[in-house]
Design a protein around this ligand. Structure first.
Ligand SMILES: *Cc1c(COP(=O)(O)O)cnc(C)c1O
Length: 402
């Protein structure tokens, strides 16, 4: 990594390089292509189980959920989940002020009005602010985004949702494989949405999954995803009676998953647990190296949460915007790509709520204060612990300099 010992340390691996798709997944994809049958309902006999139906069964089993639907993207999964839950035009949907843009985008797509809730220094939803805003608005839906894998007190939120009649939909794009209080993330609410997009915990380029234990919600999801009258071919589905009861009422919002993606995802589900351990080892290496650095505050998980820490966040309280911009530039010059959520303009994947003008939100001072000094690094599995040591050393040196 270092050309010469007297030269400053440099990091030279790309932050957007994923691991290759596993060989067994590639073989499964090739068989699908050889068959020519890429559509999930293109089976030759009614008893054939498609790759997509098998993925749904396997993911439902992994998640410990009764039903699962695979679909076109994580954003589509959230839209469908909200529609199934009954979000109608003009309905207020509570969500995190700190999340990624597909979350408010999904709310706007179904005609909902996002009501953004403040963020704590642990990067989770501020439950006191959530309760206040629900009381003031009468909102009946919460699309809770576990942004960057950080879990709020899920028992408190689930209890409160239950008591107030708020439907909880979880955005688990960053918590596939995580648990809270021993319960899988995604099993605390009515519906959970997952993404299989390249930068999440499994990789099919694009794709989404929705899980639920509720028969009616599952029937709505399947019918709306564009199942035509072929819903019988799903496996992780409710009874045929539940589907027949709704089939004249649900619009076809065509957004199915295809066989190719399902084929490459199935072997990856089996690897989730070992990959979670690998991600956490990278994260531990970063945390251990930076824990005692003056000026750096790490994000500590809730004691009941067991997270999959596939990215690394830290705060630099007290630093002003110029100091943050300078630090980001100096780290970038040495190959360490930090994303800064306090930046005035959106860059790449990184934007914050004030850039989402379509949400028409007024300011969230608590969230502003947290994001102003928040930095974020990807930890792709193409990195190893030695890479983390190099990145941490660079961050340490550059933090000390300013
Ligand atoms: C990626 C992501 C989604 C969904 O993303 P798609 O790209 O539509 O699959 C949802 N929420 C968060 C927080 C995300 O990062």
């Amino acid at each position: 990594m270092n050309a010469r010992p007297d030269q400053p340390l440099r990091f030279d691996k790309p932050f957007t390089q994923q691991e290759p798709i596993p060989e067994d997944a590639i073989e499964a994809a090739v068989s699908v292509m050889r068959s020519g049958r890429l559509h999930r309902y293109n089976t030759l006999s009614p008893d054939d189980v498609s790759q997509t139906a098998a993925l749904e069964s396997e993911y439902a089993a992994y998640q410990g959920a009764t039903h699962c639907l695979a679909c076109a993207s994580g954003g589509y999964a959230m839209q469908l989940a909200m529609r199934a839950a009954g979000v109608m035009r003009g309905d207020v949907v509570l969500t995190n002020a700190f999340t990624l843009s597909p979350v408010p985008g999904a709310i706007v797509a179904v005609g909902g009005e996002p009501l953004l809730v403040e963020t704590t220094e642990q990067l989770v939803i501020d439950i006191d602010d959530l309760q206040r805003r629900q009381a003031n608005s009468g909102a009946r839906f919460l699309l809770l985004s576990h942004m960057r894998g950080h879990l709020a007190d899920m028992q408190r939120i689930a209890r409160w949702c239950n008591d107030t009649g708020v439907t909880l939909i979880e955005d688990c794009a960053h918590t596939m494989g995580a648990t809270f209080g021993g319960t899988m993330s995604g099993n605390h609410g009515a519906l959970a949405c997952f993404s299989t997009q390249t930068y999440k915990h499994v990789n099919s380029g694009e794709g989404g999954l929705v899980t639920t234990d509720d028969d009616t919600l599952a029937a709505r999801l399947i019918l709306m995803s564009g199942s035509y009258m072929l819903y019988e071919r799903h496996r992780a589905r409710p009874s045929i009676e539940s589907l027949e009861a709704l089939r004249y009422d649900m619009p076809n919002l065509s957004g199915r998953m295809d066989e190719l993606r399902a084929a490459i995802l199935r072997p990856q589900i089996a690897r989730l647990a070992s990959n979670a351990a690998r991600w956490n080892a990278l994260h531990d290496a970063m945390s251990d190296a930076l824990r005692d650095v003056p000026g750096i505050e790490l994000i500590e998980p809730h004691p009941q949460a067991s997270e999959v820490r596939s990215s690394f966040q830290f705060r630099l309280p007290g630093r002003d915007a110029a100091g943050m911009a300078d630090l980001v530039a100096r780290c970038a010059a040495r190959g360490v790509e930090c994303k800064w959520f306090g930046d005035a303009t959106p860059k790449g994947y990184t934007s914050r709520y004030s850039h989402w003008r379509y949400t028409a939100s007024d300011s969230r001072p608590g969230t502003d204060a947290v994001l102003a000094t928040l930095l974020d690094l990807r930890l792709p599995l193409s990195f190893d612990v030695a890479d983390c040591d190099v990145m941490a050393a660079i961050l340490r040196e550059e933090t000390a300099r300013a």
